[in-house]
Design a protein around this ligand. Structure first.
Ligand code: 4AD
Ligand code: MG
Length: 460
């Protein structure tokens, strides 16, 4: 394979002919030579190519414009300019794709909102190039962490007939004719005529299916897209996001929290190790101190507190909140930030939430009021992980489902799993984009996924 520009930039001058393929970021002409900076996405820095006016036609030189794609060949020489150590002195130059002057990415700094509208070109900017590389490092680290620790990667279905979180925030999947819906005798939509013969949705989580594999393979993880039709127009919600969901058998909440903490630290460290240049860029242009924050998080143990204790702390500051807290209320984003930024100054794991505000599958505590849930809250962002020990006792789970008005028939296999060799097990879900947001300091989740989907927006 051809060398990438990142590698070429580290070469010393020699008479070897090097080939560069990439897109022109900038070009400037002087009397006898032109300089163009070429970038191929391998790093922030591009390579300067030097085009001697005597060796190439004026027509070719003029056609090398910002945004055009080129192939250049030549030797690496020491650069006379101060900005770079080396440059490529062209002996061959080819314009592959021309780029007219209406190219949206000009040399000035564009706003992030402007770039969101040009999502098909934004990976060619420094910011989105860096986000893309960091996201890649994190995805690879997710697999490395679990593979090194004996977890098996499982692909759970994206189309599902059950609602994992029971929140009703699902996108329906159907091939029925919306203009002419088949009806049953009592006037309801007749899903027996639909593609699957029943109502189906895009999954909100692979957890339930993941549990069935954990109860065979012991430790598994999923890493895939999930879909939520939440009407949340915020900087941390997407309608389509990627989630990592490990599930561990013979494991209780303590093991779950321990894995979550080690896992987060591992992927953060991978970025600090591999993306030094990109992180320095985020520190300079996106969020001052983002590197130090990550280093601090990696070094310090996460804070632990129960929901009840968290509420006691928060209640004292109720005047400061838009939504005052009392036992039983949701811990919202402003409270999460208060706990992590003001109280703990690091990530906090909150456990044992009231059953009313958590999902049906979580293990009931002996008090009958709280469940073995845990959320990992991060400064700036709030919740990045949600997890729990699962209710593995058949009767307790069945009672809970009835209490919540869930149809046990619809979850027959999930209940059956508790009949056949049930065992304490636990897991969690990390929102991948929230993790990328945290690492890069990027404020809006729409800018850490290539093509964001959110309320009233499905471009490209
Ligand atoms: O807390 P959640 O809803 O938990 C679950 O789905 C469990 N089934 C996970 C498990 O135990 N296996 O979602 C998990 C995480 C959240 O903490 C958050 O980081 C992210 O997924 N998340 C979202 N990210 C972006 N946009 C959204 N709309 C999100 N909803 C949840
Ligand atoms: Mg949650």
């Amino acid at each position: 394979m051809e060398k990438r520009i990142k590698e070429i930039l580290s070469l010393s001058p020699s008479d070897e002919i090097i080939r560069v393929e990439g897109w022109v970021r900038t070009k400037r002409d002087s009397k006898n030579v032109s300089f163009a900076e070429i970038n191929d996405g391998s790093g922030l820095k591009g390579i300067q190519i030097v085009i001697d006016h005597q060796s190439f036609s004026e027509e070719l030189i003029d056609s090398i414009t910002t945004g055009s794609s080129v192939i250049a060949e030549g030797m690496i020489v020491a650069s006379e300019g101060g900005a770079q150590a080396t440059e490529l002195r062209c002996t061959k130059l080819e314009l592959v794709g021309a780029c007219p002057a209406d190219y949206p990415l000009q040399k000035k700094r564009h706003t992030i909102e402007f770039l969101r509208e040009k999502a098909y070109l934004r990976p060619r900017t420094n910011l989105f190039g860096a986000v893309t590389r960091v996201r890649n490092t994190m995805a690879y680290a997710v697999h490395s962490f679990f593979q090194e620790n004996g977890f098996v990667y499982v692909n759970t279905p994206l189309i599902s007939a059950s609602d994992c979180e029971g929140a009703g925030a699902q996108f329906q999947v159907t091939t029925l004719d919306m203009e002419n819906l088949p009806r049953t005798e009592d006037g309801k939509v007749d899903y027996s005529k639909d593609f699957f013969g029943k109502l189906a949705n895009l999954t909100v989580s692979g957890q339930l299916e993941g549990e069935t594999y954990a109860l065979a393979m012991k430790n598994i993880y999923t890493f895939g897209p999930t879909f939520r039709a939440e009407n949340s127009n915020t900087a941390r919600h997407l309608a389509e996001f990627w989630m990592i969901e490990p599930e561990m058998a013979f494991c209780t909440l303590e093991g779950d929290m321990d894995t979550a903490e080690k896992f987060l630290k591992y992927i953060f460290k991978a970025v600090l190790d591999k993306n030094e240049e990109d992180m320095a860029f985020f520190s300079k242009f996106v969020l001052d101190g983002v590197v130090e924050t990550l280093e601090h998080v990696i070094e310090s143990p996460f804070e632990h507190m129960t929901y009840t204790d968290a509420v006691k702390i928060l209640e004292k500051h109720n005047d400061a909140f838009e939504f005052p807290v009392s036992w039983g209320t949701e811990i919202q984003s402003e409270h999460e930030r208060y706990l992590t930024e003001v109280i703990a100054k690091r990530p906090v794991i909150v456990t044992d939430y009231p059953k009313e505000i958590k999902a049906f599958y979580m293990k009931m505590n002996d008090d009958g009021k709280t469940v073995r849930a845990m959320d990992v809250l991060a400064p700036r962002l709030g919740e990045i992980i949600g997890g729990s020990e699962r209710e593995y006792r058949y009767d307790v789970l069945l009672d809970r489902m009835k209490e919540l008005g869930l149809d046990p028939e619809a979850y027959w296999w999930y209940l059956d799993l508790r009949k056949y060799g049930s065992v304490p097990h636990a897991g969690f879900g990390l929102g991948f984009e929230r993790a990328v947001q945290y690492v890069t300091g990027v404020g809006n989740i729409r800018d850490v996924i290539p093509y964001p989907r959110y309320v009233r927006s499905c471009e490209y």
